[in-house]
Design a protein around this ligand. Sequence first.
Ligand SMILES: *Cc1c(COP(=O)(O)O)cnc(C)c1O
Length: 229
Amino acid sequence: MTNQIAENLEAIHAEIQHCARLAGRAANNIELLAVSKTKPVSDIVLAYEAGHRSFGENYVQEGVDKIAELKHLSDISWHFIGPLQSNKSRLVAENFDWMHSLDRLKIASRLNEQRPAFAEPLNICVQINIDEEESKAGVLPSELMPLLEQLAPLSKLKVRGLMAIPKSSKVKSEQLASFQKMHDLFATCQQKYPQFDTLSIGMSADLCAAIENGSTMVRIGTAIFGARD
Ligand SMILES: *Cc1c(COP(=O)(O)O)cnc(C)c1O
């Protein structure tokens, strides 16, 4: 029996290569994060057997349960990409390798305190509300630099870069403009923080536009695991 998930992964790697070539970039600088939210552990295992190692989860408890069930697959890298309430921060600090949706100092301080001493620092992307939408998570671009200064002393956090979910738009030029803003903001950050290496933008529907604008990590769910219920 063929493994549909393995086929999908292969197709997305081919698409990443194609988009990278169009953008004049090296595809090996673009990581594929498989977003497995709402999907069963058996789907993650199929992707793992196809050689995939990094997975993104949106819901804390669901993610923690999956991580526990797959503890024996110790080379998986687990990324938390959803909204986080401060009373659940410990679960993220103790279980995940990455957190993409950091948007306030209070959560950062808690994660820093709660990260176990024996663990590597938690990798962090700061989420940007790039289209300055009313009810969207993330810091405004103007709030970013002050927040980064407050994060710098937190030694159990390793700030790697930025993440955004641009406003969903059917107009391609609007979508591109959001990604361009992220690209510029990331470049500005890198002048002050040359260690920044991660720009987490691009999902199933807007992969190429994100890669054109410097994405180093695309977060893909539907195109790998199929539509969610
Ligand atoms: C669900 C989700 C994705 C994946 O979206 P698809 O459209 O299924 O590829 C990526 N990033 C975040 C933050 C998500 O919540």
